[in-house]
Design a binder for this molecule. Structure first.
Ligand SMILES: [Zn+2]
Length: 221
């Protein structure tokens, strides 16, 4: 323990922890400075009825997809910055947990198609939420849901095109594991919620008791 603290202190001298956006010195690795944090941290419940999301029980995003967070998520997805996951986990840990967490049986990431996974080398949702699940004492179950269909990136499409694009994109590998379970579906960003709702649809059809969407950032209007 003493040795661990020693190394940590040494590491902090060599690589002092800094806010990922404005580079102000902060107390620990992964942390954002209070100013940047105030700009982005804003827990939002996305109203599933209003957004015509028929299968999700609820949908929550912890931060606004804006400013520094926008850049960190973008660089993590498109510029191979895997290490950025630590900043996103810190944001998750800084927000108040929803009451339903105690009833969650599995945490499942929104899957990427295998071709996209090969191209990128990782699923960003997995980098963010795998370690987080362990800390929250939740069961991480990544391979239950797979993406079986090539889809165009959702941001290029209108609302109705998004629904058609994502329809039938997912399959469940072991439906028997889903029955009567409470599931937390996780992703880096939620915009319209249509992708999460399509995942929720297939989970509900396999008998899931509830499916809650949970993401780091919300780009929803
Ligand atoms: Zn900052």
């Amino acid at each position: 323990m003493i040795l661990t603290n020693y190394w940590r202190t040494l590491l902090n001298i060599i690589y002092p922890p800094k806010c990922p956006y404005c580079k102000t010195l902060v107390e620990e690795h992964g942390a954002w400075c209070s100013r940047c944090l105030a700009d982005i941290l804003s827990v939002r419940e996305i109203n599933v009825m209003e957004h015509r999301l028929k299968y999700l029980t609820s949908c929550r995003a912890v931060c606004e997809y804006t400013g520094g967070l926008k850049r960190i998520i973008h660089d993590m997805k498109f510029r191979q910055q895997r290490r950025h996951a630590i900043y996103l986990r810190w944001l998750l840990a800084s927000s108040k947990k929803p009451a339903y967490f105690s009833a969650i049986d599995y945490v499942i990431p929104v899957p990427l198609h295998t071709d996209r996974l090969k191209e990128r080398g990782y699923n960003q949702a997995e980098l963010i939420f795998k370690d987080w699940s362990k800390k929250e004492k939740l069961v991480w179950l990544p391979n239950l849901l797979v993406r079986d269909k090539h889809t165009i990136p959702q941001w290029e499409l209108t609302l109705s095109e998004r629904r058609a694009n994502i329809k039938g994109a997912f399959i469940i590998t072991r439906p028997e594991m889903v029955k009567d379970k409470n599931i937390l579906l996780v992703d880096d960003i939620v915009t319209t919620g249509i992708t999460l709702d399509e995942c929720a649809k297939i989970l509900k059809k396999s008998g899931a008791a509830s499916v809650h969407g949970f993401s780091v950032a919300s780009g929803a209007r």
